[in-house]
Design a protein around this ligand. Sequence first.
Ligand SMILES: Nc1ncnc2c1ncn2[C@@H]1O[C@H](COP(=O)(O)OP(=O)(O)OP(=O)(O)O)[C@@H](O)[C@H]1O
Ligand SMILES: [Mg+2]
Length: 136
Amino acid sequence: MASITSHSPQETFQLGQRLAAGLRPGDVLALEGDLGAGKTQFTKGLAAGLGVEADVTSPTFTLVHEYPGGRLPLFHIDLYRLEDAEEVLGIGLDDYLDGDGVTVIEWADKFAALMPPGVRWIRFRVGEGDDREIAL
Ligand SMILES: Nc1ncnc2c1ncn2[C@@H]1O[C@H](COP(=O)(O)OP(=O)(O)OP(=O)(O)O)[C@@H](O)[C@H]1O
Ligand SMILES: [Mg+2]
């Protein structure tokens, strides 16, 4: 597992942007890490790398944001506020996972059992100052 230290929001954005180049239809990225660790920032870069032009914002309250229009559709999900598996399935998780887009899931570790085979985990750790340890 490769671990990278990002020293700024820009570096985390660029990491997402670079990673987007290798994404394929149906890929699922499970993001784990504390509040403010950089999961959304990373997803903004990923969206930019896919060619999504819309402004990517945190789906904390709306739970899912869909971004068509890039090289692949991007589905951005945040499970922070959800309490049980029934709720998670209620937002249509399986439809996103089975689709031909790229699904990025913040706080995926809360519902690790619902992640599909082949999911790629990306773990964020807050370090000193603006440092973020990102394990891919
Ligand atoms: N190296 C870094 N990488 C990413 N973000 C950084 C970095 N250094 C500082 N930051 C700041 O940390 C915050 C990261 O916020 P972000 O919304 O991406 O976190 P998050 O992991 O999605 O949190 P949440 O669990 O609340 O959704 C931003 O305010 C950003 O400016
Ligand atoms: Mg977030």
